[in-house]
Design a protein around this ligand. Sequence first.
Ligand SMILES: Nc1nc2c(ncn2[C@@H]2O[C@H](COP(=O)(O)OP(=O)(O)O)[C@@H](O)[C@H]2O)c(=O)[nH]1
Ligand SMILES: Nc1ncnc2c1ncn2[C@@H]1O[C@H](COP(=O)(O)OP(=O)(O)O)[C@@H](O)[C@H]1O
Length: 221
Amino acid sequence: MAIPTSPFAAVPRHIGRRGLMLVLSSPSGAGKTTISRRLLDRDPGITMSVSVTTRPMRPGEVPGTDYYFVDQPEFKRMAEGRELLEWANVFGNFYGTPRGPVEGALREGRDVLFDIDWQGTQQLAENARDDLVSIFVLPPSAAELERRLRARAQDSAEVIAHRMAKASDEMSHWAEYDYVIVNHDVDESVLSVQSILRAERLRRRRQIGLSDYVKTLQSGH
Ligand SMILES: Nc1nc2c(ncn2[C@@H]2O[C@H](COP(=O)(O)OP(=O)(O)O)[C@@H](O)[C@H]2O)c(=O)[nH]1
Ligand SMILES: Nc1ncnc2c1ncn2[C@@H]1O[C@H](COP(=O)(O)OP(=O)(O)O)[C@@H](O)[C@H]1O
């Protein structure tokens, strides 16, 4: 197997690294899409996992970039064909992670960012705990969460009320995550995610070839 070279400068270039799966979950409207976009702009070593969903496209969304929009029969076919790494029913719509792109990226030493809910995170934790780093994003207050949902102005009043009602359920899963961030300020939150990513990339088990590297150092070369 070819050892992937690290895209991350703090790891010596001749040490390879297996990619990690970075999950961001939050109640709808807390800001995980905003944080994800900024992180992707700042860090070339991480790519977004694009999910498939049966939910209708929102104004401004781009198929293949935000989601792959599919109908229910197609989603069912993918789930039954084991083409999805995990999937869940969220707010009455189906969402799932296509398996191929994620497995390819990890093998090549690239990190993958996921915007998925607690049900999907539990499935990844069961199947790939060693590769998983999970972060839960909380809003500063319930009133601010509602303000952000309204400010986004992409959903009807009915959908917003439904998402507020579900926020408490979603937040009840915060303790299943490795890290928790309260999203007061987007720049601060992105810095926190970058710090987590930097540290997790340096975990010993993720660095391939370390013992050979140390042996080379010990032999004086
Ligand atoms: N399990 C799972 N959840 C997903 C997936 N894609 C999106 N979600 C979650 O589905 C929920 C609704 O997403 P969306 O309709 O885009 O609205 P958002 O809450 O504004 O991001 C969010 O909690 C997402 O994290 C996926 O592939 N799998
Ligand atoms: N820290 C923040 N301060 C103020 N507004 C924010 C912050 N983070 C996100 N927002 C705004 O809140 C709304 C919801 O954010 P979004 O990223 O779509 O949430 P999510 O993906 O968690 O549903 C958007 O209008 C976004 O611009």
